[in-house]
Design a protein around this ligand. Structure first.
Ligand code: GLN
Length: 444
């Protein structure tokens, strides 16, 4: 995490406000006036934000103090934070492992108790997956529920900002502050915002929870599978009815995502050309050389891979075969959820197929990295809301590694998802566990 805590602001804080004086760390892809906004990329080196994102204005209005910009995979592309051009972020539970990504810095900061909570962004799982791997709560609101104004765009039809916190109540409090309509974001929904914190505390009698059969796949870590089964039993004992459901187009989600997200990214990233912001190649021969070398030198490998893929799927002759087909399958995936939500109030699954993996373990194989988001991606394609929260530990190499339980909910059904998550959380002790204090952490 970068940036000093602004003690002066804290002294002046109005503690009567809902988040009065509360420090919230910010993923370094959200603009905070006067601070660097690197997006974990060399291409934004030297850039300072000239305005506050809407979520930052809203946090300040609720009394919170946005401080510290947290590390991320470059331009939010990745699942381990290893794609950052800045620094390495380690998992506070085991420093030889990744914290997840792309909001890995936000998840690690909250897990290590360096902040009350943090903001992250979730395009295909980037709040929920690092929350799962780092043992914290991560909440992805419905697409359009939270303004994206001031969030550097990755894939505009999928991006959504949300909180990472230690408890469900804290997530509800941050949601109270940041949710709501914003005329500055054309995709922002003009719907009333309930008091998410006030509606917590209801029990689960009459709640119907769906277990998507396609999510209990081979390849899920056995310890993780056992923890999820135990969580399902626990939810059932709290009064929820558990129902078997099907999301038949699940198999296509990762492929569809990597066509649509890369296509949108290739267009969004065109603005980084060395003229407008940040990094600029030295001594250009001419304009084309300036564009070409700025992008060649400024973007990292994964971002270049995505731009090439995205440009390819949009190019004439391939557009119909890839981009258009992916749009159609996206609609089928969305429809799967509509059908499932006719039978149930929320869906349960693991957040990630595996607990935190070792640093370097997946960097050589992008496809392996992409599969880290197999359970989170469909929610973004469908635009629905979801949460990941701690539900147990796996034992690996003598270390305890957190396991995340995912709950997915209908569009704009945030309040209910938070209620279910809260009821589960309060009936267990998982959220009370903290990572071991490790002296080596201070040196890295
Ligand atoms: N891991 C996914 C990707 O690399 C999702 C990232 C995100 O949600 N920002 O694109």
């Amino acid at each position: 995490m970068d940036g000093k805590f602004p003690a002066k602001e804290a002294e002046k804080a109005n503690v009567d406000l809902p988040l009065g004086g509360v420090p919230v760390a910010i993923k370094d892809i959200i603009n905070v006036m006067g601070q660097p906004c690197t997006c974990g990329s060399k291409i934004l080196r030297g850039y300072r934000s000239t305005y506050d994102a809407t979520v930052i204005q809203k946090l300040r209005a609720a009394g919170a103090i946005p401080f510290g910009k947290t590390n991320l995979d470059e331009l939010a592309m990745g699942s381990s934070t290893e794609n950052s051009a800045m620094k390495l972020t380690r998992n506070p539970w085991d420093l030889s492992r990744v914290p997840g990504g792309s909001s890995g810095g936000s998840a690690a900061a909250v897990a290590a108790n360096a902040a009350f909570g943090a903001l992250g962004s979730d395009t295909g799982g980037s709040i929920r997956q690092p929350a799962a791997l780092s043992g914290v709560v991560g909440f992805k609101p419905t697409y359009g529920r939270v303004s994206r104004f001031g969030l550097v765009a990755f894939a505009s039809s999928l991006d959504q900002i949300g909180p990472l916190t230690k408890t469900v109540r804290d997530a509800a409090l941050i949601m109270n502050a940041i949710a709501g309509h914003d005329a500055q974001d054309s995709t922002s929904l003009n719907e009333p915002v309930p008091d998410y914190a006030a509606t917590l505390g209801t029990d689960l009698r009459g709640v119907r929870l769906g277990l998507p059969r396609e999510y209990m796949i081979e390849g899920i870590d056995p310890q993780l599978k056992a923890a999820i089964s135990a969580a399902v039993k626990q939810l059932n004992s709290l009064g929820a009815e558990i129902i078997d459901v099907s999301l038949p187009h699940t198999d296509y989600a990762v492929a569809v995502y990597y066509i649509l997200a890369t296509a949108e990214a290739s267009a969004n990233l065109a603005r980084f050309d060395g003229v407008r912001y940040g990094y600029r190649a030295e001594n250009p021969r001419d304009m084309l050389d300036l564009y070409g070398r700025t992008r060649e030198e400024g973007f990292g490998q994964e971002v270049k891979r995505r731009i090439i893929l995205g440009t390819y799927v949009l190019s004439s002759g391939y557009y119909d075969a890839y981009y258009l087909s992916a749009q159609k399958v996206r609609e089928l995936i969305r429809q799967d959820f509509v059908n499932a939500f006719e039978k149930v109030d929320a869906l349960i699954s693991p957040t990630s197929p595996v607990p935190a993996f070792k640093l370097g373990e997946r960097t050589a194989d992008p496809l392996q990295m992409y599969l880290a988001d197999i359970f989170t991606i469909a929610a973004n394609l469908a635009g629905i809301c979801g949460i990941s929260m701690p539900c147990g530990f796996a034992e690996m190499d003598g270390q305890r590694l957190p396991i995340g339980l995912q709950l997915l909910g209908k569009p704009l059904d945030e309040a209910r998802i938070l209620q279910i998550a809260h009821a589960y959380e309060q009936s267990t002790d998982w959220h009370k566990a903290r990572p071991p204090v490790d002296e080596t952490a201070k040196k890295t």
